[in-house]
Design a protein around this ligand. Structure first.
Ligand code: NAD
Length: 316
């Protein structure tokens, strides 16, 4: 099988490329990435055909997709705060970019397209757990771009019979997720701060909850979906219904790093939701054999990666 990963030089994409490379059924991995938030280092040592460029470039996407069997579409400008600073940039990369990838997949004869959406689409809807049939209520431009992503997948399925699968990834974390940029996610940011002896910044009182999902679990599901060609035009939550508060994360990080974590509270951030927990029935129905990596194990593996990244930097 020949697989295209858009955004393959990113955090999830790099992990997926590594996991796919270990699968005997996968004969070729192609990555298209404009390196806006990703890094070639995430693909170091992997046998991957890398195309540097933008998913809005129709000719390039056509070239990358030609002859492939499936596309895992991860390219996007992630982060709610980033979309508040520059809503149009998020729209172009995430919504227009998705349309371009879908149209290319259609023109290439109907490739299987698996795409990344986000629970931010639930936004202001307070109901918990988040079931996919809840009315979307986006609170940020980023959430709108992900709703558009899902809607385009559904439209291309119904209009052109394109085999699609939109996943709502819930707070993915793990090795390769960097802390050294303004929009870093909470787990890498807090691990990095704790290892450096700095306080962890909590926006609000820290009682907000998230359904953290280890990147290895995400890759396992993406690979199963590719190998078994799972098609579902309705969005599928990719998380297992766990509910970890930010304050609960602190002891996990202390245990994994062996260092004390001091907290520093700041005012809540605009666009952030208070609670996020998936109803995982649809996911478990489609992937009954997948069991998620528990948070303790996932945070341990992430801290190990931070240590190895520091050693690598020191030896360069
Ligand atoms: P990431 O920023 O590490 O990866 C995104 C990749 O897409 C980067 O390598 C970036 O350079 C590339 N990219 C961005 N715009 C592009 C464009 N116009 N053309 C080509 N490449 C482009 O982020 P990630 O955490 O790996 O996220 C992957 C996907 O999953 C994204 O669509 C994101 O919105 C979605 N998602 C992630 C999470 C999470 O917790 N990490 C949660 C929900 C959804």
């Amino acid at each position: 099988m020949k697989i295209v990963i858009t955004g393959g030089a990113g955090f999830i994409g790099g992990n997926l490329a590594g996991a796919l490379a270990a699968q005997p059924q996968i004969t070729q991995i192609r990555v298209i990435d404009n390196l806006s938030t990703g890094h070639k280092a995430n693909l170091a040592g992997l046998d991957v055909d890398f195309f540097e460029g933008d998913i809005q470039d129709a000719a390039l996407v056509d070239q990358v997709i030609r002859g492939a069997d499936a596309v895992v579409h991860l390219a996007a400008l992630p982060s709610v705060p980033r979309s508040l600073r520059d809503p149009l940039a998020s729209h172009h990369a995430n919504a227009t970019g998705t349309l371009q990838v879908l149209d290319s997949a259609r023109r290439a004869g109907g490739l299987h397209v698996i795409a990344a959406s986000s629970p931010s689409v639930y936004g202001a809807n307070p109901h918990l757990p988040k079931h996919e049939s809840l009315a979307p209520a986006p609170m940020s431009p980023y959430a709108v771009t992900k709703l558009a992503t899902e809607a385009y997948l559904s439209a291309y399925h119904h209009s052109f019979d394109l085999p699609v699968l939109p996943f709502r990834f819930f707070n993915v974390y793990g090795p390769g997720q960097r802390a050294d940029h303004a929009y870093a996610a909470v787990i890498p940011k807090w691990i990095s701060a704790t290892l450096a002896g700095q306080p962890v910044t909590v926006f609000g009182d820290g009682t907000q909850t998230r359904d953290f999902t280890y990147v290895g679990t995400v890759c396992r599901i993406l690979i199963d979906a590719l190998l078994h060609r799972i098609v579902e035009p309705r969005p599928v939550n990719l998380a297992f219904g766990t509910r970890t508060s930010l304050l609960d994360l602190i002891p996990e990080i202390q245990a994994a790093t062996g260092r004390p974590a001091r907290r520093e509270h700041r005012v809540p951030r605009a666009g952030d939701v208070s609670h996020s927990q998936a109803d995982s029935a649809r996911l478990r129905g489609l992937f009954p054999e997948v069991t998620p990596v528990p948070i303790r194990e996932g945070v341990d593996a992430t801290v190990d990666w931070f240590h190895s990244a520091v050693v690598k930097r020191a030896s360069n």
